[in-house]
Design a protein around this ligand. Structure first.
Ligand SMILES: C[S@@+](CC[C@H](N)C(=O)[O-])C[C@H]1O[C@@H](n2cnc3c(N)ncnc32)[C@H](O)[C@@H]1O
Length: 270
């Protein structure tokens, strides 16, 4: 139940160096499992697809094992950290995988064969075609989406995609991950050295909206950069915040009091 050597060997055929997702695959695997994201979407198939599917399968196996553990009498260290409430509900594992097979050199056409070889195809629903309009073809019983990985197209695609699919993302912590959101300015603007990675206009707008919303922001943003790359080297994660995850607009002292906690020293200004 891990990314063992057999898995690594099987997915190697899908790795396309120019797509730059060699670190994103394992990142997605860990994120899905950590955040217990059961309903997934990927736009732009390839190397990353089996990592998402494997995360779902391993997570389902772990879920059943934990459930059994919880119903077994006796003390256990892991039992001590598990939420009994969480294990009362069943979860549907699904990966909606969309591709129109329009890009030459993408490993998308080989994905299904690899999934079958790894016995992961049962958790994947392939949608062949343009992502635009695809929201209408998705079974509403498989919504909302807990994690969406968007790895396709250019600037206008981010706008089109977000317009159609943002409302389908779980308002309670659902995440949207966008690839290649930071640009190398030497390449895109001035041609000068040294190169600097800066948010592209889409990432900038997302961060600007968050900053403008201030304490009322209903999402948070984190960008992960690969400084050794000039392109395809960034992922921006946008996580929706439910009411209880939003910022409490109270200074530390006041906030501590609301938890009946003693006042501690002020936190240094970051
Ligand atoms: C950058 S590649 C995906 C790389 C893949 N995630 C990986 O890790 O190897 C982009 C993919 O998006 C697909 N694509 C491009 N435009 C699309 C569209 N409008 N709708 C659906 N898929 C599209 C291409 O066929 C291609 O397979």
């Amino acid at each position: 139940m891990a990314l063992n050597s057999a898995f690594r060997a099987a997915v190697e055929e899908l790795r396309t160096p120019g797509m730059g997702t060699e670190n994103v695959g394992p990142l997605l695997y860990a994120l899905v499992r950590m955040t217990r994201s059961w309903r997934l979407m990927e736009v732009g198939l390839g190397y990353t697809t089996p990592f998402l599917a494997k995360a779902l399968k391993d997570m389902a196996t772990e879920f059943e094992a934990d459930r059994t553990l919880l119903s077994t009498p006796g003390r256990d260290e892991r039992k001590g950290v598990l939420s009994v409430d969480y294990y009362r509900r069943n979860h549907m594992a699904i990966l909606h995988a969309i591709d129109d097979y329009s890009v030459q050199g993408s490993s998308a056409p080989k994905v299904l064969e690899t999934l079958r070889h790894l016995e992961l195809d049962m958790v994947v629903e392939l949608h062949d075609g343009d992502y635009r309009g695809m929201s209408r073809k998705i079974d509403p019983a498989t919504l909302p989406l807990d994690l969406v990985w968007f790895d396709c197209g250019g600037l206008i695609d981010y706008v089109d995609f977000i317009e159609e699919f943002w409302p389908l993302i779980n308002a309670d912590g659902g995440m949207l991950l966008l690839h290649y959101t930071y640009w190398d300015v030497a390449k895109h603007y001035t041609g000068t050295e040294p190169a600097q990675l800066i948010p592209n206009p889409i990432a900038n707008e997302i961060k600007r909206q968050q900053a403008r919303a201030g304490v009322n922001a209903e999402f948070e943003v984190l960008s992960l950069l690969e400084p050794h790359k000039t392109r395809q080297g960034s992922v921006t994660v946008i996580r929706k915040l439910n009411r209880s995850s939003m910022v409490r607009d109270a200074e530390l002292e006041e906030d501590l009091k609301s938890f009946d906690r003693d006042v501690i020293r002020p936190l240094p200004k970051l």
